[in-house]
Design a protein. Structure first.
Length: 211
């Protein structure tokens, strides 16, 4: 095998799932394929999250001598503080009528979250371009936030392109001149999972911001 394929397969390996014991979870950040009797799964590991998602199922029933895998989501970072979401809402209101962005990051050493404003290259009521900020050692992006000014909260085709390769939560606040509308999704290497409900501590913090 050539050296390029060796390097690629080392960085993104495939694991045959055992039948008599659980597959050992990843211990370092990265991705790998899990080949199981019930399909092919993608495992993603970051210090703040571990995900397992099914990529595909077999087209016909055939004996596969591997164990089964279940989808899962683990968040070692814990709950994202609602106060930081409220802080971003204040940023979004102050930036009106333009859009604005920020990251909520987590420090794996201290276990603390903080809000990092994004350096804007250009922005308008319907546009935002920014530089990715330099984070401190040990910090990881958890929530990528941007506002839609006085417009509604939704994910655009531009958002889909921007989020295609990331592992993060994406948050959009709309109607920032009043009680904001909220759109939230999990982005996992091209898979987008829209949240059906917003965390209650976020809702409480946003309502308190308007009180």
């Amino acid at each position: 095998m050539n050296q390029i394929d060796i390097a690629l397969q080392s960085s993104f390996p495939s694991v045959m799932v055992p039948t008599r014991e659980l597959v050992v979870p990843m211990t370092r950040p990265g991705e790998r394929l899990l080949i199981a009797s019930n399909g092919v799964f993608l495992e993603i590991k970051r210090p703040w999250i571990r995900l397992v998602r099914r990529l595909s199922s077999f087209e016909w029933s055939t004996p596969v001598p591997y164990g089964e895998v279940a989808e899962l989501t683990e968040l070692p970072c814990g709950a994202v503080p609602g106060e930081l979401v409220a802080e971003f809402a204040r940023m979004a209101r102050a930036a009106l009528p333009n859009e604005v962005g920020a990251w909520i990051v987590w420090d794996r050493v201290t276990g603390r979250f903080r809000l990092v404003p994004l350096p804007s290259l250009s922005h308008s009521p319907v546009h935002l371009s920014y530089d990715r900020p330099a984070l401190r050692d040990g910090e990881w992006l958890v929530v990528d936030c941007h506002s839609h000014g006085s417009g509604s909260a939704y994910f655009s085709k531009t958002d889909d392109r921007d989020d295609q390769h990331d592992v993060k939560f994406a948050l959009v606040l709309g109607h920032c001149h009043r009680s904001p509308s909220v759109a939230l999704r999990l982005c996992a290497k091209g898979r987008f999972e829209r949240a059906q409900t917003i965390p209650q501590n976020w809702v409480t913090a946003l309502e308190g911001e308007l009180a």
